[in-house]
Design a protein around this ligand. Sequence first.
Ligand SMILES: [Zn+2]
Ligand SMILES: [Zn+2]
Length: 195
Amino acid sequence: MPEATPPYFGVPVTAIPGVAEPSATCALCGTVGTSIPLRSAHRLPYSRPERESLFGCLSCLAAGRFTFFHITEAGYLFEDGLHNPTDTELLIPPRLHGIDPSRLELLRRTPRFPTWNEVEWPVHCHDFMVFLGEWAPPDFSRFGNGLSLFLQMTPIENHVVWPESGSADWPIDCFTYWAFQCRHCGVYRGVCDLG
Ligand SMILES: [Zn+2]
Ligand SMILES: [Zn+2]
């Protein structure tokens, strides 16, 4: 049986280094298979030090037996809702962004991916976007005019990173381009993550 893909992951969790192990034992149900480190997970009957060496499977994640905090464009997503990033005591009603409250739980059941800096999970069409992983310049060219797609997807202040040399790599070290797609209208967006 194919393993469940987390709600906002458009790539296999094992495709992104640091997200999952291909054959760990789930601390919650004992299944051996693709499992996610529980180090930073919530909703668990283990203390923080205990969680350090534990893993949880994709089925237990899908069932909400463990969850994750996320930084999003709509606010910081904690167990009790979206919080204001500058004053985390303040709750933000998800409807302020037109986000249905059920979407918050879907994102909590989505793993985090390792980043250099705080990367805000983008929002489009009143929903969180689907994570497509790391893109290099050739990934844009799969759709035809790579530069044109890059310019559409990327915040204007990051337009300078496109390699005019035609290089397959970004011209900056410690730089990752994370791609996302809207699950409703199909639009692509990118988040630049600079170390
Ligand atoms: Zn499990
Ligand atoms: Zn959209």
